[in-house]
Design a protein around this ligand. Sequence first.
Ligand code: ADP
Length: 469
Amino acid sequence: MMKPLTLRTKLTLFYSLTVSILLTGFALIYYRVLTTGMDSDLTQDILDRTSGLRGYLRFEDGQPVFVYDENEPEEVTFIDQATRYYQVYEIETGQLLRESGELQNSQVRFSPADIQNYASTAPSFVDIHTDQGRIRLRNELVSANGSNYLLFVGASMKPLEETVDSFLEGLAWLIPSGVLLAAIASWFMAGKALEPVAALGKAASEIVVSRLDRRLPIQGTNDELDQLAIQFNDTLARLEKAVDEMKQFTASISHEWRTPLAVLRGEAEVALMQTSSPEQYRRVLASQLEEFEKLTRMINQLLTLARAESGEVEIEQETVDLSAMAQKLTEDLEPVASSKNLTLSCNSAPSVTVCGDPGWLERVVLNLLDNAIKFTPAGGHVNVRVSQNGHSATLEVQDDGIGIPNEALPHIFERFYRSDPSRSDRSEGAGLGLSLVKWAVDQHHGSIEVESTPNKGSRFRMKLPSIIS
Ligand code: ADP
């Protein structure tokens, strides 16, 4: 297969072709203008000479003579010029009566038949080829003393032909050298213009995952190449962020799993080291089961999050009664709250409906309630409130629990984020719940925000576009 042409070669070819077409076009137009101009100048010149000469032509004893004032320099010069190419024929006999030296040298002769012909079409022009080049002749009828004569007056076309020849010769040099010059110039220009592209390519090829903080150089010219570099750098910045998130995610997973795995291992080792009663083994196994459940829950949450973020999860579009859902979930969690000595209440406006996925919305509310119960000590209160505000439905989960420190507030929706690891050891959460909540709320075109005061409590407020019935 043929090697594809480089952009530089293509540009050079394109420019050279354009220049050669332009040059040839201009040359053709100029050639036409030049030749027609010169041709018509010559013709006009011959016409002037013919009519001038006719004025001086006399016939004495049937012989043509030019009668003029030899003391008049203008007349002398004119006769000198005009009589270089002329012949006078008697039409009747076809006999040549008189001619100029130039025509005699060129041996221009017309037969009686030719003369008859020309006489019938006179006045007219005729171009004759001779050894001395082409000659243009004008013939006109002249009558004198009852006889008819044919007068030929002309000029050599040699100067015209020579000018055209040297013009064409000039072109034969000019066009190829013009094209060559254009080719060289465009080769350099294209090289110069493409230099930054090559530099960009080189800089881009040096960027690897481990060096995503590198950026392409911006020249500050704000041209297309600068724009390209800026866009490329933006893409790099996004990639860098994504890779950083991935790294952090991996680090977090490893970290999260280290503790339960160490616990499992420790328990197993201790149990194996000492001979224990079946009762003791049972206790160890039960404790291990708890750790396994924690791990399983974490893996399930991770899988859901991964599927959600890779766009595999489809969000259903159904009418969901948020008020009824809040009521039902409150009732479901009542036993959990009671076991922690918490009061759980729900006050909702009736039939606040939204359009969305009932499964996901339930998971959102459940997560918020679960957190509230988890982070509120005995004797506390957890309240759910559903209300409608114009086109938006609001669901609030409020507790008077331990609250969230100010510095943790911006991060609680991040994966694996737990505001205080020492506290979370008590709870079994992995810090994934709220990132799933955030994802689901975003998918429903809603928003979620949190207000919290440490030791006073927290309030999570979710807003969704509502359906107004
Ligand atoms: P977890 O599984 O640890 O609950 P989440 O993503 O649901 O993870 O929550 C992240 C962190 O936000 C929690 O570890 C906790 O520190 C904080 N948090 C969430 N809800 C509350 C709340 N109602 N009161 C106090 N802290 C909360």
